[in-house]
Ligand binder design. Structure first.
Ligand SMILES: Nc1ncnc2c1ncn2[C@@H]1O[C@H](COP(=O)(O)OP(=O)(O)OP(=O)(O)O)[C@@H](O)[C@H]1O
Ligand SMILES: [Mg+2]
Length: 596
């Protein structure tokens, strides 16, 4: 379906009464527009016969005033729904963007999305306001004016319509090129937005490495391309519309050439000829608008295609319309992972996890260890269903033997049980309390308790307004370790069943690390213990775990307790020896320093 029609059907229908009123006002406007020339023709004929013209003059003035009023009314009744459609569309886009999963964002650029939701959406308003108005206006104007012309002289009308048809065909050709150019233009606008967004986000890096020139140069290239395309668009428009004006000028020439002799032969009165001329002049406006309308419809089409592409992007929910309940909510889930292999959607050929088999007991503490790039965060993302693992590879276990395939569980219900503190947490430029609660308004008592458990008390005391401190864009005012602990508090504030700390403990000192591990341990109360997963390079953080898993190049190469793993050769023991010796040396150096 033509995207403009789809827009009209989905979003325009609810404004049908307003449009209906607008159509009535338009009909009246155009009827008056036709009546006035006829009245003028009659006045002229009356003058010729020497009769009174006062009544005709009064009618003409009265109708002129009425035209003004109903014309304005028709605009209001058409344009307001255009704004309403824009509002509803913008809301739907944002709602949908909130539901789309990382797999979508891995392949779509933020700036381009922003451009669609801002630049392109303006065309929706134009299409549903000005565009529809123009369609009705032009259609009624042509029907009525044409009808009136036919009523006066069918023969002359036929002559006059010919140049208009030729003009329209030529305009169609221009408009096809216009559509193509408009598509390029909008895609380029998306790229420019993305570039501006990226440059602003990385402004500190750009300045830090004195890379301004390079970025300005890249921007300039894009900017110039946009300039070139917009010049081309302007050129196409300025060629297309005069074609129609030219056509109506030819029609006037034909009127004189054909209509004049007809009047001489007595087939037409001079008044009829004058009425024809006025009718043609009345058509000039709608003709010019016709050019605009066609171009607006084509440009809106290009923009709406991009918007519907966003709205049609499927939300990746393999659980379908009838998701399974997550087993045993309220207590830590276990996992049975079998033959789990995974590649990211943007690089489907590169396996990041390979044939992983792993059993995680409900309520246990699991340590995840492995070199950088070994797939630890990826495993976490799959368990949190930021990306969906293949069906059948991850089964969630509840106490008492209940089990459920992870991807058959309702995504929101599953996420409500989780608290994942990611490696690079995202903070919003709001207060720390809002960042922790992620709710409006935040429950301050819970927030404070969570901040304490995340070992933030000391840091908060040093900040100007404590929990109310606004952290700057993306938390720029906080250190890396503070940002992670704010994110940890965000995880602790909700009584989650499954808590994951992805490398959160490496950015804190050993004392804080010990406190955080103690906090994690204290979360286990009775048989309702949450399952906890700690990802770390620092083995001191993993020592107390019930099970430690070693990943290497996406493969699970070893698992066991700390005692098990240091007792046998391998990556874990090698790392343990290096870290233990490093620690001991540090200790000796400190002691030596104190002695002098
Ligand atoms: N969103 C992504 N798209 C494509 N590839 C990715 C993505 N995220 C990670 N990778 C790749 O997957 C592999 C595993 O990455 P992952 O982040 O899971 O490693 P990690 O063990 O957490 O490493 P680190 O200890 O440095 O955090 C890497 O080779 C990385 O390049
Ligand atoms: Mg990682």
């Amino acid at each position: 379906m033509h995207p403009v029609l789809r827009l009209a059907r989905k979003y325009g229908w609810r404004f049908r009464w307003s449009y209906g009123g607008g159509v009535l006002a338009l009909l009246l406007t155009n009827w008056l527009g036709v009546r006035i020339p006829v009245e003028i023709g009659q006045a002229i004929d009356a003058l010729g016969k020497g009769g009174p013209v006062g009544q005709h003059a009064a009618w003409i003035v009265g109708m002129g005033v009425m035209v003004l009023a109903v014309r304005t009314l028709s605009r209001v009744l058409f344009f307001n729904p255009g704004r309403g459609v824009e509002y509803a569309l913008r809301k739907d886009i944002f709602d949908h963007l909130m539901r789309l999963q990382p797999a979508f964002y891995a392949v779509h650029k933020r700036g381009d999305i922003v451009s669609r939701a801002s630049n392109d959406i303006g065309w929706a308003r134009l299409a549903m306001g000005f565009g529809l108005l123009a369609v009705f206006n032009i259609a009624t104007a042509f029907l009525m004016t044409g009808g009136q012309m036919v009523a006066i002289s069918p023969k002359l009308t036929l002559f006059l319509i010919a140049p208009l048809v030729v003009g329209l065909v030529l305009v169609r050709l221009c408009i096809a090129v216009l559509l193509k150019t408009q598509r390029l233009f909008q895609a380029e606008q998306g790229r420019l937005s993305d570039q501006v967004l990226g440059s602003l986000q990385g402004i500190a890096t750009i300045q830090g490495f004195v890379a301004e020139e390079a970025f300005i140069h890249k921007f300039e290239q894009r900017n110039h391309e946009i300039y070139r395309l917009s010049m081309k668009l302007a050129w196409l428009r300025s060629v297309a519309f005069p074609l129609l004006i030219l056509a109506s000028a030819s029609a006037i020439a034909l009127l004189l050439g054909v209509g004049g002799p007809m009047a001489v032969r007595g087939e037409l009165s001079v008044g009829d000829l004058a009425a024809f001329a006025t009718l043609l002049a009345t058509l000039a406006g709608p003709l010019r608008a016709l050019g605009w309308m066609l171009s607006i419809i084509q440009q809106s089409r290009a923009a709406l295609e991009r918007i519907f592409e966003l709205l049609d992007a499927p939300v990746d929910r393999p659980e379908g319309q009838h998701p399974a309940r997550s087993p045993d909510p309220g207590r830590g889930p276990g996992f049975r992972i079998r033959d789990l292999s995974f590649a990211y959607p943007d690089e489907p050929d590169r396996l990041v996890l390979r044939n992983v088999d792993l059993d995680i007991a409900p309520g246990s503490v699991v340590g995840l260890f492995g070199r950088t790039g070994s797939g630890k965060s990826t495993l976490v993302r799959l368990l949190a269903r930021s990306f969906n693992p293949p069906v059948g590879t991850v089964v969630v276990l509840g106490a008492g033997g209940s089990q459920q395939d992870l991807v058959s569980i309702d995504l929101d219900a599953w996420r409500e049980r989780l608290a994942v503190v990611p490696q690079r947490p995202f903070l919003f430029s709001e207060s720390i309390a809002s960042n922790i609660a992620l709710a409006d308004p935040p429950d301050l008592d819970r927030v404070r308790a969570a901040a304490d458990r995340a070992a933030l008390r000391g840091d908060l005391a040093a900040l100007p307004e404590g929990l109310d401190t606004v952290v700057g864009e993306r938390g720029i005012m906080l250190s890396g370790g503070q940002r992670q602990r704010v994110a940890l508090a965000r995880g602790l504030v909700r009584d989650a069943d499954f808590i994951v700390l992805d490398d959160v403990l490496s950015a804190v000192d050993h004392e804080t690390e010990a406190r955080l591990i103690e906090t994690l341990g204290s979360l286990a109360q009775g048989d309702r213990a949450p399952t906890r997963m700690i990802v770390s390079h620092r083995l001191s953080a993993l020592r107390g775990a019930d099970l430690i898993v070693v990943l290497d190049h996406g493969r699970l190469v070893d698992q066991g307790t700390h005692q098990d793993l240091v007792a046998r050769p391998g990556l874990y023991r090698d790392t343990w020896i290096v870290q233990r010796d490093g620690h001991a040396r540090q200790g000796r150096d400190l002691a030596a320093g104190e002695g002098t």
